[in-house]
Structure formats: structure tokens, C-alpha cells
Ligand binder design. Structure first.
Ligand SMILES: [Zn+2]
Length: 64
């Protein structure tokens, strides 16, 4: 799969936190506190294409 985010998530040089099927990468120059990139471990075209359970995990994780 030639997907930027899938390649990004496989790059071991990038420090990412992992939690329940997602990678969380904090921006080195955050625009706002808590600025981060969230990448699902499973390739998907859109947040809306994730299973409902994964959408819930995503939103729970970003509001913590
Ligand atoms: Zn992908």
C-alpha cells in the first residue's frame, strides 16, 4: 500500500505513542497545546471509514 500515513507509521525513526490501534505523534512545533497527529494502524481513507468502535477509541483518546 503506497500510503503516506502507513509508511509514516512504519518509520522507526519517528517517536510515536501507541494506544488501542492508533499511533499518536506530538508535533515538535505545536500550534496549540496538545497538537498531535493521530494515525490508525489499519489503513483507512477517512475517519468515517473506521469501525464505530475505533472511532469511539479515537475520540476518547484525543480528548484525554
Ligand atoms: Zn494508509
Amino acid at each position: 500500500m503506497d500510503c503516506l500515513f502507513c509508511r509514516f507509521s512504519l518509520d522507526k525513526n519517528i517517536k510515536a505513542h501507541e494506544y488501542k490501534g492508533f499511533y499518536y505523534i506530538f508535533d515538535e512545533s505545536p500550534v496549540n497545546p496538545g497538537h498531535l497527529l493521530v494515525i490508525p494502524k489499519k489503513h483507512t481513507l477517512s475517519l468515517l471509514d473506521l469501525h464505530k468502535e475505533d472511532q469511539i477509541i479515537f475520540f476518547e483518546a484525543i480528548i484525554e
